[in-house]
Design a binder for this molecule. Structure first.
Ligand code: F6R
Length: 605
């Protein structure tokens, strides 16, 4: 939620700040603003898109500044509530991500002593309290420390001062990274916004403060004790963030899936041994043999990937596996077995619900492995072990290529786990061979995606859409429904095909569109029963099936995908659902990449 970008160097800050914000726009996009130091602090902010704010932006000179793109939490979407917030004496400006729980109390305290508040936000209190501390003769660092000791909640915070040539940053629960360039430094909520400037970064930990000047930065604990931070390297794939010739990032990212899956699997499959090797998920053979169960945790699209992972692990490794909605995990005081395997799945690596589940599991004595996209993100660091899925930057709010690579990484892991237990080498080799063919099959499908427009036409006439799938296709149905709902705002329901007759069948009317995911996977025959039950009640079936499969006879609109082995079908059957959502949203005139009310990285619980 919300994006922060900062620049401290010799170049014109304003242009770099706007560019940085544009790269972070998917984190929040209801208002934005920047503040630059040129002797005095000069700021500009407005509601609406960053491009609108940027086109009205007056010329702000200066080579140091901070900027923010907002996803409203406290206070409506107004110019006043947009960041930066500047103290009434004009000497301190702040941008803040996160939520302050005791802001009401602190706002009252400020009002009582006569400080005029200019917004309804929780964040604004920072600039006034820091300015007051400076007034009392404190140095900026001391002033910030003192204010941080008053607040309760979460923050990713940057502070710019009129009288000092550095920016102070602080993190508690909201990500902040520092990018080190040549005589210039960058601050950002996400690594990919800095990749065009530098490939070296440091991620702040919770409870840390950083003092960042053009030539240097120091990281310290809140009490001022300096800490040594590890410099991380950001790989080339993170520089691929231009939209190019595509009209939307979502379409670009759908089309990148072939290449990004290739990145995820390349170098990880071992043909001769019929296995895969995920360096970060190497578990001692004796522990693997005794593994009591596997728990997979995620939200939204990551949860659907986890549900697929659960089935793969049980099928190939014969270990009980269960997937969990991260936001529900802690609520149920789960029993944690320290010998079990726990996997946290997340694109952003910042999802608060998932992070909080990770901490709960660790608190109860077990390790958690991260299956994460963003390098150096909070979940990756909190887990301390795991694998990166190598999707590269995903900028559309609706996740597509990250889903594919989460499933790709979980498939590799299930193969590795299976081979270390009961899965035969011959079967392992066959799986590896089929996996290698997937990137080409994805490309082939996307070149000729079938009657997507006909499916969209049918869907747009309906009040709601039902998605059905069975077995490994059931999470694909859920993912298809989520995608259509989040960008086309069409009510969708996803159900395991066999469960449909226990309730959702009541929704079916003449011409109700039903998307059925029905690869030839051994459970298809029973999916067919559900199709007939729907058709008998007047439903129209949008059937996603494998090429050449006679099941196409029962579809009203048939979308064939290349065939593969049953357990790998989600990596192909999900593609038409992504395209249906994209084209439906487009037809409705929605902002495909920035759907209403959503943010890419959900850093509040
Ligand atoms: C759906 C979507 C969300 C995310 C969810 C988890 O398209 O983007 O449902 O999947 O918020 O996000 P990560 O994977 O960053 O933890």
């Amino acid at each position: 939620m919300c994006g922060i970008f900062g620049y401290i160097g010799k170049k014109s800050a304003s242009d770099l700040l706007v560019k940085g914000l544009l790269r972070l726009e998917y984190r929040g996009y209801d208002s934005s603003g920047i503040v630059v130091k040129n002797g005095q602090l000069q700021s500009y902010k407005d509601t609406g898109k960053i491009s609108e704010m940027a086109s009205a932006l007056p010329r702000l000179k200066g080579s140091m500044g901070i900027a923010h793109t907002r996803w409203a939490t406290h206070g409506g979407v107004t110019k006043e509530n947009a960041h930066p917030h500047v103290s009434n004496d004009g000497k301190v400006a702040i941008v803040h991500n996160g939520i302050l729980q005791n802001s009401n109390l602190l706002r009252k305290r400020l009002t009582k002593i006569g400080v005029e508040l200019n917004s309804e936000t929780d964040s604004e209190i920072f600039c006034h309290f820091i300015a007051m501390e400076l007034d009392q003769g404190k140095e900026p660092l001391e002033a910030l420390q003192s204010v941080l000791s008053m607040v309760r909640g979460t923050w990713g915070l940057c502070v710019l001062f009129e009288d000092y040539d550095y920016v102070l940053c602080a993190r508690n629960g909201s990500p902040l990274i520092i990018g080190r360039g040549k005589e210039e430094m960058f601050v950002s909520s996400d690594p990919h916004a800095i990749r065009e400037h530098t490939d070296q970064l440091v991620a702040l930990e919770d409870g840390q403060i950083a003092k960042v000047s053009a030539r240097d930065f120091q990281v310290m604990q809140t009490d001022g004790q300096e800490v040594e931070s590890m410099l991380l390297h950001l790989e080339e794939e993170w520089s691929e963030s231009e939209i190019g010739d595509y009209p939307h990032f979502m379409l670009k990212e759908i089309h990148e899936q072939s290449e990004s899956l290739q990145h995820c699997i390349s170098g990880r499959l071992r043909h001769a041994e019929g296995t895969s090797v995920l360096g970060g998920l190497q578990i001692q053979p004796q522990n693997l043999a005794q593994l009591p169960h596997v728990r997979l945790i995620g939200c939204g699209t990551a949860l659907h990937a986890a549900q697929i992972g659960q089935i793969l692990i049980e099928q190939w490794a014969r270990v009980p596996a269960v997937s969990h909605v991260a936001s529900e995990f802690n609520a149920n005081d789960p029993v944690i077995n320290p010998n079990a395997l726990h996997l946290a799945i997340s694109q952003s690596g910042e999802t608060a619900d998932t992070l909080s589940a990770v901490k709960e599991i660790q608190r109860k004595g077990a390790d958690v492995y991260g299956i994460v996209n963003v390098v150096g993100s909070s979940i990756a660091r909190q887990c301390g072990k795991g694998v990166y899925i190598h999707s590269g930057p995903e900028q559309s709010v609706a996740s597509t290529k990250a889903f594919t690579n989460m499933v790709g990484a979980l498939t590799l892991f299930s193969l590795q786990l299976g081979r270390s237990r009961h899965l035969s080498k011959t079967k392992g080799k066959m799986i590896g061979r089929e996996m290698r063919k997937l990137p080409d099959k994805i490309r082939t499908y996307l070149e000729n995606p079938g009657p997507i427009n006909a499916a969209v036409e049918l869907i747009l006439k309906a009040k709601s859409v039902l998605f059905l799938g069975r077995g490994i296709s059931s999470p694909v149905a859920s993912e298809g429904a989520l995608k259509l709902m989040e960008i086309a705002y069409i009510p969708c329901l996803a159900y395991p095909a066999g469960e449909m007759k226990h309730g959702p069948i009541a929704l079916i009317e003449e011409n109700s569109p039903i998307v059925v995911i029905a690869p030839d996977d051994g459970v298809q025959e029973r999916t067919l029963n559900a199709i007939h039950e729907c058709k008998a009640r007047g439903a129209k079936i949008i059937l996603i099936h494998e090429e050449g499969d006679p099941i196409s006879e029962v579809g009203d609109i048939c979308i064939p995908v290349p065939s593969t082995i049953p357990m790998l079908t989600p990596l192909l059957t999900v593609l038409p659902t992504q395209l249906i959502a994209y084209h439906a949203a487009l037809e409705l005139g929605n902002d495909v990449d920035r759907p209403r009310n959503l943010a890419k990285s959900v850093t509040v619980e």
